[in-house]
Write a protein that binds this ligand. Structure first.
Ligand code: DI6
Ligand code: FE
Length: 407
């Protein structure tokens, strides 16, 4: 059942349709806009003065001279997990590095322990307050990864929890299976055996259950080598599943180029990415997902090569990376602000990064822009100019979220 058709007026629209983020109007702005919503989609968008006669008789809703954008999309989260790592935060403040904590059996592995003992209901209950915080900021789509199970039963439980969240809230959830996030203690020094015994068999099981929309990995010295990731990606390709990769976060192992060879929909983090990796991503159409929350939390000093990504026209997305260790941050608006302040992205790039380019990173072309035919997932803001969204710190300007055309 779709809501009845309606025309929204009293709006300035940031359509995010402009392909030139450095041009005069990187937001694709329409002053005094009208949007016709019908059957869950945008039926028409343009200047109100041009509203076609066929739509003029619909009921109108005056939005009070506000800004409308596509609803936001958080394209990289680990919001489903057990426990938290506040004590690790304390350890790091006393001088331990993220890698030292990980090598001492803390870090991701401590979340694995807490996740393995959690039921599906526990995982959902723990995730919902964070999901609600995202919704309150105008988010309509989130990606949720597995990766804290590292055994078949828990990886699948995490993905089922992600699916359940989509039934409990008005939010679209895209699932990514991330078996190769860390080497579990029982496979210490046997990462290849872990890929064969757990990661690949669980991929087949999760895929058979319809739980996987993309396959992800962590290519890093403290995680998996390019050769190990390649074996996982080869199976993903055989199953026709898109891949994405945590690449070049703490060092450069050529992960982004590997991902590009598999036509990855995204490569994420990328602080240590070099120009050859950027060129490979550009050729493959791989989106660069910029994650300032992890950079900030780990007090990294090398920023991702935003200027090179721009130079080679690699689309940039921005996400929270919400997770209990390296990015305990659920605010996508704050991620946008950090992308600008820490990485010198423009507010227009930050908004494209949470709309059109985040949609690309999730293979969701029906979302992330205001155009006829797009899903009517929209955000109305107490703002006049779209740069205000990335500009404020710790203030939520959301007026209203519209999901599937329903006010
Ligand atoms: N990189 C990250 O930023 C997260 N996973 C990954 O591979 C961190 C996850 C964690 O620290 O729990
Ligand atoms: Fe991550």
């Amino acid at each position: 059942m779709h809501p009845s058709p309606i025309t929204l007026i009293g709006l300035q629209a940031a359509t995010m349709q402009s392909s030139d983020r450095s041009g005069a109007d990187p937001y694709g702005l329409i002053q005094d806009a009208a949007l016709v919503l019908a059957e869950g989609r945008i039926a028409w968008v343009g200047p109100r003065a041009d509203l076609p006669a066929e739509h003029a008789r619909l009921p109108q809703h005056d939005c009070g001279n506000r800004l409308i954008t596509p609803a936001l999309i958080d394209c990289h989260t680990h919001v489903v997990h057990g426990g938290n790592r506040a004590t690790e935060f304390e350890m790091r403040l006393e001088g331990a590095t993220y890698e030292e904590v990980a090598r001492a059996g803390g870090g991701i592995i401590s979340t694995v322990k807490a996740t393995r003992t959690a039921s599906q209901a526990d995982l959902v209950d723990q995730a919902l307050p964070f999901v609600d915080a995202m919704i309150a900021e105008g988010v309509a789509v989130i990606e949720i990864k597995s990766g804290y199970g590292l055994n078949q039963v828990t990886e699948l439980r995490m993905l089922r929890a992600a699916r359940e969240i989509a039934t409990l809230r008005k939010i679209t959830v895209k699932t990514s299976y991330l078996p190769a996030q860390a080497i579990p203690p029982d496979y210490y020094d046997r990462a290849d055996a872990y890929i064969d015994d757990v990661a690949i068999p669980a991929l087949h099981a999760a895929h058979a259950e319809g739980l996987v929309e993309a396959v992800d990995g962590f290519c890093e010295g403290i995680a998996f080598s390019p050769a190990q990731i390649e074996r996982l990606f080869t199976v993903a390709r055989a199953l026709n599943l898109p891949v994405k990769l945590h690449a070049e976060q703490l060092s450069n192992l050529g992960g982004a180029a590997l991902a590009a060879r598999f036509n990855a929909i995204s490569a994420d983090h990328l602080e240590y990415l070099d120009e050859a990796g950027v060129i490979a991503m550009a050729a493959a159409g791989t989106v660069a997902v910029i994650l300032p929350g992890a950079f900030y939390t780990l007090r990294e000093t090398q920023a991702p090569p935003v200027a090179l990504l721009r130079k080679h026209n690699v689309p940039m997305a921005v996400a929270t990376d919400m997770n209990p260790g390296s990015s305990p941050m659920s605010s996508l608006l704050l991620a946008m602000n950090m992308a600008c302040t820490l990485f010198r992205m423009t507010p227009a790039e930050a908004l494209a990064g949470t709309t059109i380019n985040a949609a690309r990173a999730l293979n969701l072309p029906s979302h992330g822009t205001l155009a006829a035919g797009q899903v009517a997932d929209l955000a109305i803001w107490n703002a006049q100019h779209p740069a205000e969204l990335a500009y404020r710190i710790g203030f939520n300007p959301l007026h209203q979220r519209i999901i599937g055309g329903a006010l």
